[in-house]
Design a protein around this ligand. Structure first.
Ligand code: HXC
Length: 257
């Protein structure tokens, strides 16, 4: 891995992926996204990992797709590059992913954070889709995910003007889970990850799948999907253990089966 750093045990059962192109403010290029995809696939298979955190550095989560690499491409170059199949594979990660964002999360960087399941932001975080300022539009889900996350009026404003949202505004509009001082954004993400890691991984996976389904289906189909995953948890030892532990007034011990 050249453009990211991976620590599969940043804390017990918590993996950390750090984007590592600091000089370019972690601008995302196809190689970086392929490395992220490969790391996620490996971590998804690693039984020792229950939750994954993706972060950048204090200055930038990611300032967007690499403009220098895209500038002279034709539409057909972009089509044949087919970079979004990598993003589609990232979206299929089964374990929960928390984005720990400090500094810039712009363009593809904002889209990447939104591709994750939750966002913990430092007070310095800035979110935006400034593609309009360079004559293009979001291409990795920004028009869809931002609109679903913060509503049409604000998403339209950000996407048509390229304005940034501060961390506090992003929190107000429901784009991020929590805003903390810059020195704590990673610790806070790890705390959230640990809480999730203490749950049944089977139930966590089925719950993640069901929540994500709500973006893709009408209510009726989504409810059916949720119901099937709910029934499926009753095939796990973790459900028996969780409910028995409640009845016996003790802490459950989840094995992920
Ligand atoms: C390539 C980038 C970059 C980017 C920053 N850099 N963003 N290089 N692609 N997206 C490089 C700069 O060229 C510079 O390198 C170095 O990082 C530091 O950036 P500065 O501009 O000097 O820093 P600063 O003045 O602090 O401004 C920060 C900034 C600005 C506001 C984030 O860099 C900026 O506006 N960046 C572009 C943001 C953007 O438009 N993102 C959307 C991209 S399109 P040098 O070598 O010159 O010092 C997109 C489409 C997504 O994301 C499609 C799906 C993948």
């Amino acid at each position: 891995m050249e453009l990211i750093k991976v620590n599969p045990q940043a804390a017990p059962q918590i993996a950390l992926i750090e984007l590592n192109r600091p000089k370019e403010l972690n601008a995302l290029n196809p190689q970086l996204m392929q490395e992220v995809r490969d790391a996620l696939q490996e971590l998804d298979r690693n039984d020792q990992v229950r939750v994954i955190i993706i972060t950048g550095n204090e200055q930038a989560f990611a300032a967007g797709a690499d403009i220098k690499q895209m500038a002279d491409k034709s539409a057909i170059d972009m089509l044949l590059l087919d970079q979004f199949s990598t993003w589609d594979q990232i979206r299929k990660t089964k374990k929960p992913i928390i984005a720990a964002v400090s500094g810039f999360a712009l363009g593809g960087g904002c889209e990447f954070a939104m591709t994750c399941d939750m966002i913990i932001a430092s007070e310095t975080a800035k979110f935006g889709q400034p593609e309009i300022k360079i004559g293009t539009i979001p291409g990795a889900g920004g028009t869809q995910r931002l609109t679903k996350a913060i509503g049409k009026a604000k998403a339209m404003e950000l996407i048509l003007t390229g304005r940034f949202l501060s961390a506090q505004e992003a929190h107000f509009y429901g784009l991020v889970n929590k805003v903390v001082p810059v020195e704590f954004y990673l610790t806070e993400a790890i705390a959230l990850a640990k809480e999730i890691a203490s749950m049944s991984p089977v139930a966590v996976q089925l719950a993640k799948e069901a929540v994500n389904r709500s973006f893709e289906t009408l209510l009726d189909e989504g409810l059916m999907f949720e119901r099937k995953n709910f029934y499926l948890t009753f095939a796990s030892q973790d459900q028996k253990e969780g409910m028995q532990a409640f009845i016996e007034k003790r802490k459950p011990s989840f094995l992920g089966r």
